[in-house]
Design a protein around this ligand. Structure first.
Ligand SMILES: Nc1ncnc2c1ncn2[C@@H]1O[C@H](COP(=O)(O)OP(=O)(O)OP(=O)(O)O)[C@@H](O)[C@H]1O
Length: 310
């Protein structure tokens, strides 16, 4: 059910059959490190042995191909890079586009279709259709997680995706300063209005670790009042500011790969673990609510969650 302009519309949200958990990574503001977070988080999940896909849906700055060192030419090879935008149904497998695989993650980018260097991005509503179509036109195979890196903001393609696709959760990326957190709160409100569960925030550029003394330096001022706006959300990760993250991203090797022992890489590993366990809990709650008999049987036998998992 989508509520917009005072009119309640009943819209069927479709679920991607082969994708266990479909997540969007969003931010209210540009440049807060959303793509950096998406890439490193996707690799962190893949390193846990999970099957992961990453769709770069940011037509205004599709940076994921560069951050993962994949090229447009290879993506289009052997397949027609023409998407029937009006189609909503799945293509037969032989007609689907093959994602590129890098560091164990299956990757597709809107940048492959609009041109990464193109100055003019497509019309916002076309962008929603393009992402929706890519979800169906790419041969993702069975995935545990598919992450969509959204452009910043709260209009399109967010509205189309929230309205038409069943999203299992949203991750919000922010930086500590007030201006970013205020915009992130707008993104939070948008997802809440669309009944998309917001799993938590990734606080990026969260202080600077001095390479000389190892001390933590808070760089951005923030007010208590604004801080409280997002305090309702769990923090999935706090990623320090580290110039190595820029160098690694620019060279196509995410920091989690190029400097796995660095504090910034370790923070991504931890965030990936947090996210995976949160999703596991969510699945468990859903299956419990769908099958209350199994839960009450466990309760009668005095089984704990730990017993059931073990
Ligand atoms: N923790 C970090 N430490 C240092 N630099 C970072 C960190 N996170 C991101 N960056 C750098 O900040 C710049 C912007 O990051 P990124 O492209 O991921 O942001 P974005 O939110 O996706 O931007 P856009 O809104 O343009 O899509 C990049 O140069 C990136 O390498």
């Amino acid at each position: 059910m989508y509520k917009g302009s005072g009119v309640v519309q009943h819209i069927q949200r479709t679920r991607l059959e082969q994708v266990d958990t479909l997540l969007v990574v969003g931010s209210g503001k540009g440049g807060v490190g959303k793509s950096t977070v998406s890439v490193n988080l996707a690799v962190a999940l893949a390193q846990q042995g999970l099957r992961v896909g990453l769709l770069d849906g940011d037509a205004y700055g599709p940076s994921i191909p560069m951050m993962l060192g994949v090229r447009k030419r290879a993506a289009s090879k052997g397949s027609e890079a023409v998407l029937p935008l009006a189609e909503r149904k799945e293509l037969p497998r032989e007609k689907k586009l093959q994602p590129l695989v890098r560091y164990g993650v299956k990757i597709m980018s809107v940048g492959f279709f609009i041109g990464e260097e193109q100055a003019v991005a497509p019309m916002p509503d076309v962008l929603g259709m393009l992402i929706r179509q890519l979800l169906y036109s790419v041969d993702w195979g069975d995935l545990d997680y598919l992450l969509i890196d959204l452009p910043p903001g709260t209009s399109e393609p967010q509205a189309t995706l929230c309205r038409e696709i069943h999203l299992d959760g949203a991750i919000l990326v922010t930086t500590p300063q007030d201006i970013a957190r205020i915009d992130t709160a707008k993104a939070l409100a948008m997802f809440q209005q669309s009944s998309v569960p917001v799993l938590g925030i990734m606080q990026n550029m969260d202080g600077f670790l001095c390479p000389h003394c190892g001390g933590h330096v808070d760089i951005f001022p923030q007010s208590q009042e604004v801080r409280s706006v997002l305090d309702v959300l769990p923090v999935l990760g706090r990623i320090p500011l580290d110039p190595a993250a820029v160098v690694s991203g620019d060279k196509g090797h995410p920091v989690i790969i190029s400097l796995p022992d660095s504090p910034v890489a370790q923070a991504f590993v931890l965030a990936g673990q947090q996210l995976a366990s949160l999703i596991q809990q969510q699945h468990h709650q859903i299956s419990s609510s769908q099958n209350p008999a199994a839960v009450s049987e466990d309760a009668l036998e005095g089984k704990t969650e730990h017993d059931r998992e073990g």
